[in-house]
Design a protein around this ligand. Structure first.
Ligand code: ARG
Length: 432
């Protein structure tokens, strides 16, 4: 027999239950610990406004603590016939404590309960993602310093353009991640607001102390307006999705570069054999499958904001069950992103880069701007120097000086990695 919290005397059709619940029970498992945290704060607040006695609170808190421990031990289950994590926690309490267990739902709804669970969940996941971004960031910065002096071609239009360096290449992705960190931080700040007390989305006639639950759950602020609190379902996810997509865009781009630089026509980077993959027919192959899977996953992650937008477009104000489906989009995404970031860090810790790439005559023209600039420094107007070098390329007499002297901030000779590290540090310090 199904055991809905909302059972009021008739037996709901099992087919309806299966369709509406779907895989929500599995997804809800990731919310379990936050559901208990939310309940702990809620009942402390209920006691403070006289809706629970001190004795009742003293009975409920250890029982919730026990559930929290079973969750951490991996023993907690959402049983067959129980709709979701919120119902499971309440059923466990009622089974253990009888009527006291039934009292905890005063002044709340599963609508604000799932909201608060999601806020706490995303807050934690955003911290985890920020930490994974930071791990990759550090690796990139270390590689940038280590390979500061190794030159490589810079391309525009995929044509050989100007000298670049491994220091710039690695360092570019590190700095790019600082922009993505801003997005993670914005999503974190949006997630760090308390929706609890909005109940079904319109508040409650009980004098709920929403400031107390805000403090107990360590939220930095409240979603004050109860309707706005309910509206934040979907908006929070979109903020997180935008941040995930930003990181994925950087990482996907890096993965593409690695695939290309690993191509035997370039041969700029390589990895130990055991980090490459083979072919079932071509005995010589050492393939970059890791970076291809990473590229593919990152491309998929970039569709998250779009998926959420389409799922929530034109929903009427207030709670609608469609919102449940966002969990299915967002939960695997944060895990995927962290695994891609950590894989990138692992692979890069083994990367080997090629020395002396620009000594190859195929890159001779990469030095034309250097030579134009040298003439400018000797007093030749830029346009004349440009034409001069251009003519020598045209008639085949150009011979490169191969001298690269870039000194301004952010250039080959002065990649400013310390400044970039400070930028990242200041962002990281804003996550509690
Ligand atoms: N599983 C539901 C969700 O994620 C929980 C809230 C249910 N609320 C309701 N009014 N049916 O949205």
């Amino acid at each position: 027999m199904a055991k809905q919290l909302w059972n009021k005397g008739f037996e709901p059709d099992q087919i309806i239950e299966n369709f509406t619940v779907g895989n929500d029970r599995d997804l809800d498992m990731r919310l379990a610990r936050y559901d208990v945290q939310g309940s702990v704060a809620h009942i402390k607040m209920l006691e403070s406004i006289g809706l629970l006695t001190k004795d009742e609170l003293d009975e409920l808190l250890p029982a919730l603590e026990e559930i929290a421990e079973s969750i951490e031990r991996g023993e907690f289950k959402i049983e067959e016939g129980i709709e979701d994590v919120h119902s499971q926690v309440e059923f466990l309490l009622t089974a253990k404590l009888g009527d006291v267990g039934k009292k905890i739902h005063s002044g709340r709804s599963r609508n604000d309960q799932v909201l608060v669970d999601l806020k706490l969940f995303f807050r934690e996941e955003l911290k985890n993602m920020a930490a994974a971004v930071d791990r990759l960031f550090r690796r990139l910065q270390q590689l940038s310093e280590e390979h500061k002096d190794k030159l490589m071609p810079g391309y525009t239009h995929l044509q050989v353009a100007m000298p670049s360096s491994f220091g710039l290449w690695f360092g570019a992705y590190a700095e790019s991640l600082t922009d993505d960190m801003q997005m993670l931080l914005a999503a974190y700040n949006i997630s760090n607001q308390n929706p609890l007390g909005s109940a079904a989305g319109y508040g409650s006639s009980f004098p709920l102390d929403r400031e107390l639950t805000t403090k107990l759950l360590c939220f930095s602020d409240l979603h004050y307006n109860v309707v706005a609190a309910q509206m934040s379902r979907g908006k929070t996810e979109k903020a997180v999705a935008a941040a995930v997509a930003a990181v994925a865009s950087t990482l996907g781009h890096l993965a593409m570069d690695v695939c290309m630089w690993m191509c035997s026509n370039f041969g700029f980077v390589k990895f130990p054999d055991e980090l490459t993959t083979g072919s079932s027919i071509m005995p010589h192959k050492k393939n970059p499958d890791v970076f291809e899977i990473m590229r593919g996953k990152c491309n998929r992650l970039q569709s998250l904001p779009n998926e959420l937008t389409i799922l929530t477009a034109n929903l009427p104000l207030g709670y609608n069950r469609d919102l449940q489906l966002m969990k299915d989009i967002m939960f695997p995404a944060t895990t995927d992103l962290i695994s891609c970031l950590d894989m990138a860090e692992y692979m890069l810790s083994h990367i080997e880069v090629k020395n002396g790439i620009l000594d190859d005559p195929r890159y001779d023209y990469i030095f034309t701007v250097e030579d134009v600039n040298k003439m400018v420094l000797q007093g030749v107007p830029f346009r004349d120097a440009y034409r001069n070098v251009g003519m020598s390329v045209q008639d085949g007499t150009y011979s490169p000086s191969r001298e690269v002297r870039h000194t301004h901030i952010g250039s080959i000779g002065n990649p400013a990695n310390d400044r970039i590290a400070a930028k990242m540090q200041s962002l990281l310090s804003k996550f509690e």
